[in-house]
Design a protein around this ligand. Structure first.
Ligand SMILES: [Zn+2]
Length: 255
């Protein structure tokens, strides 16, 4: 006699069989990828259209520009060789991965450097108000909890710019420093050569730290606040425009 227990276990077995079958047969098309069900907050698109909060159901979704670059790099462990031991691991949510994929879709191809090997999630930086960080030696980009907001594409662009800078030739680095007014001064007292920043023309205080940070901040502004960079640091604007201006697949204006 078939009792309720039997019916339940038959259903459970059928479900397991379907899941196994679906894993192999319900794969997404080559230009799509699987997205698991998750909650999405309401948001405004650039054109002013409001999309209300909803639960996104599991589905196959069309890949956006730079999808494969980002998707293959999501990491769940601590970045190798991470120097800040007090910073603890956080876990990716499906929504956060989607937000990062959206951010990558807005960025130009020249930021996709193979030396980036992983995108990691940590809770909080040891430095206050720091949403992101990189470790070039291990190819790691870290996104902290604070990164997930409207500025995420800028934060990702800034961290990618560190890898872009490290891949520049010495001639290009030299050319950038000269064009943007970094100076090497010989100090007669200790016979050492010091690198000094220009007197004016910084879109951010951090940019004064060194030419690399200056470059990364300026690339970020070039992509997201073009007018401000043109006004404050026209030399950096022209240099970046000349170097990378033609090589672009920016999609953000279409959003
Ligand atoms: Zn930086």
């Amino acid at each position: 006699m078939i009792n309720q227990k039997h019916i339940k276990s038959t259903f459970a077995l059928l479900f397991v069989c379907f899941a196994i079958f679906c894993n192999s047969a319900c794969a997404c098309a080559p230009d799509e990828y699987p997205v698991r069900s998750h909650f999405r907050k309401g948001y405004y698109k650039k054109n002013g259209t409001y999309y209300s909060e909803t639960t996104v159901v599991s589905s196959c979704k069309k890949k956006r520009p730079n999808h494969d670059f980002a998707y293959e790099r999501f990491k769940t462990l601590q970045p190798p060789g991470w120097p800040h031991r007090g910073e603890s691991l956080s876990s990716w949510t499906e929504r956060q991965k989607e937000d990062v994929l959206d951010a990558f879709a807005t960025l130009p191809l020249y930021l996709m450097k193979g030396t980036v090997r992983g995108i990691y999630r940590l809770k909080r930086s040891k430095y206050p108000n720091n949403p992101g960080a990189s470790l070039l030696e291990s190819g790691a980009i870290v996104l902290y909890d604070d990164a997930f907001g409207p500025k995420l594409p800028r934060i990702v662009a800034h961290e990618l710019a560190h890898f872009l800078y490290s891949g520049l030739s010495l001639e290009d680095k030299d050319s950038y420093e000269k064009a943007t007014g970094w100076k090497y001064n010989y100090n007669i007292k200790d016979h050492k050569v010091y690198l000094e920043h220009r007197d004016i023309g910084f879109v951010s205080e951090n940019a004064k730290n060194n030419p690399e940070e200056d470059f990364c901040v300026n690339v970020e502004f070039y992509l997201f606040d073009n007018a401000q960079l043109k006004k404050t640091t026209p030399t950096a604007f022209s240099w970046i425009e000349k170097q990378f201006g033609q090589n672009t697949n920016q999609q953000r204006d279409k959003k």
